[in-house]
Design a protein around this ligand. Structure first.
Ligand SMILES: *Cc1c(COP(=O)(O)O)cnc(C)c1O
Ligand SMILES: [Zn+2]
Length: 455
């Protein structure tokens, strides 16, 4: 493979060190080349992860990584202008830059919400806005890597006709956008009537073959797994570790934005559970590189209506018991049989993790409460914020702690359910309801209303 980023034409790259990654079974340790189209271990059927040779990353040293990552964060050059590819050596070190398809993902704001932190008696609450992205969710971070990898596979002669995914809405939007940009056909399997209009219209607009199935996400997942037994149809769900590799840059950006420090806690909403394992991978590499010297604790937040991880956590994290997920406002995590369960368990154990859940009322009220400080939280971020409020009330998160909440989608993708909350159309007590006031177009009526309402 050509560029391992050791050539002198690459600005700021450590010389003499080869960065190297491969696929590895998380159960039996069997290794496979990244050029293989393979989603599970051939020996034991375990999940795979992308593993990186630790030595060159460690030997490069903290100062060098710092200056490299900081200079790239300010660069407009391809591919450094992407927040994901600015960390290329930690993601896919071997890929040729000409195969990289980026739509400007990453480099998302970490918004401090001091008034909310004060209400909870916390030192710091920051919301990492991963939904401020091309298709409005963090899935873009994963998809830029998967699609770029597929491009390089195709360029080296691997016969791939299309890329396919099952989706609760955001994966299909991201896949459609990135693959279309790369000129690769896509097939997306969606549960009919279970995703938002904003999510549905994205793959339609990008020209995907959209198959709307009369089932839920878990049903779509089963079908896409069968379809992608044909290696010419490449799987873009997070069972495939190449889909989550880019998502670990969230941890790296988070630490970078905090001056190469980590908060005491990171709270992340979880459905299929790929993202929490990616988060963990990021913190592992940060520590290996010497960029941080301790780990945060992690909380995975689930909707009570789709809480297989929460139930398992309560029962001691034994084997997963799949469940029938019920309808939730947090529709992107309405998943009862999470593929990445074993990866999530590993992350929970390593990061002294906890799992919390939120009812529909708790998640909607938490999102609305924090919206009043100028945010516009989607229901999944609402689940994470509700978990924060509950863990703080229980004392699990101590007074004076610092907390980062991973916001996974843009609130505008869920404008319908947010409007329903404020109009009182949801079957719950909307504590922060703020319905529009209907008035005749009459100056006296308006003056009277202002007199009643303004301080
Ligand atoms: C996909 C998604 C999640 C869940 O991520 P997993 O990796 O499946 O746990 C959470 N929120 C939103 C908005 C998503 O699109
Ligand atoms: Zn194995």
């Amino acid at each position: 493979m050509k560029n391992d980023l050791t050539e002198s034409e690459r600005p700021g790259v450590a010389s003499g060190l080869k960065y190297h990654a491969w696929l590895q079974c998380i159960e039996c340790g069997e290794q496979y080349s990244l050029s293989r189209v393979i989603y599970r271990c051939e020996r034991c059927d375990g999940l795979l992860s992308v593993e990186h040779d630790p030595e060159p990353i460690r030997l490069t040293g903290r100062e060098r990584w710092k200056s490299l990552f900081e200079s790239r964060m300010a660069s407009f050059e391809h591919p450094w202008s992407s927040g994901v590819w600015g960390k290329k050596e930690w993601v896919l070190p071997g890929i040729d830059d000409q195969h990289i398809t980026t739509l400007g993902e990453g480099r998302t704001p970490l918004l401090s919400v001091p008034a909310f932190a004060r209400e909870l008696d916390l030192e710091y609450v920051g919301i990492k806005q991963c939904g401020i992205s091309h298709t409005g969710s963090f899935k873009d971070l994963g998809m830029t890597v998967l699609v770029s990898h597929v491009r390089s596979l195709i360029a080296s002669g691997t016969p791939i006709r299309a890329v396919a995914c099952a989706s609760t809405g955001d994966t299909s939007a991201a896949l459609a956008a990135y693959a279309s940009a790369a000129g690769i056909p896509t097939v997306v399997f969606l549960p009919a009537g279970k995703i938002s209009m904003a999510q549905l219209v994205q793959p339609i607009a990008c020209g995907s073959l959209v198959l709307s199935l009369d089932t839920d996400f878990d049903g779509c997942m089963e079908i896409v797994r069968a379809i992608t037994l044909d290696p010419s149809i490449y799987l873009a769900n997070s069972m495939n570790p190449l889909r989550i590799e880019g998502q670990k840059t969230v941890s790296v950006e988070l630490a970078q934005q905090l001056g190469w420090k980590v908060p005491d806690w990171v709270i992340i909403p979880g459905g299929n559970l790929g993202n929490v394992s990616a988060l963990g991978q990021g913190f592992r590499l940060l520590r290996l590189a010497g960029l941080i010297d301790r780990y945060p604790r992690i909380c995975v937040a689930q909707s009570e209506n789709a809480n297989p991880l929460y139930r398992s956590y309560r029962a001691g994290l034994g084997p997963l018991v799949p469940m029938q997920a019920q309808k939730t406002l947090a529709s992107a995590i309405q998943i009862g049989n999470p593929v990445s369960y074993p990866r999530a368990v590993r992350a929970l154990k390593e990061f002294d993790g906890v799992v919390e859940q939120a009812t529909e009322e708790e998640l909607a009220n938490a999102a609305a409460r924090v919206d009043r400080f100028g945010l516009f939280n989607d229901p999944h971020t609402g689940v994470a914020l509700a978990a924060l409020i509950k863990l703080r009330a229980a004392g699990t998160i101590a007074a004076g702690a610092s907390v980062a909440v991973i916001s996974t989608a843009h609130g505008l993708k869920f404008a319908d359910s947010k409007a329903a909350y404020h109009e009182g159309r949801l079957d719950l007590e909307a504590k922060y309801k703020n319905a529009p006031v209907e008035l005749p177009a009459n100056i006296e009526a308006v003056r009277a209303e202002l007199g009643r309402r303004l301080p």
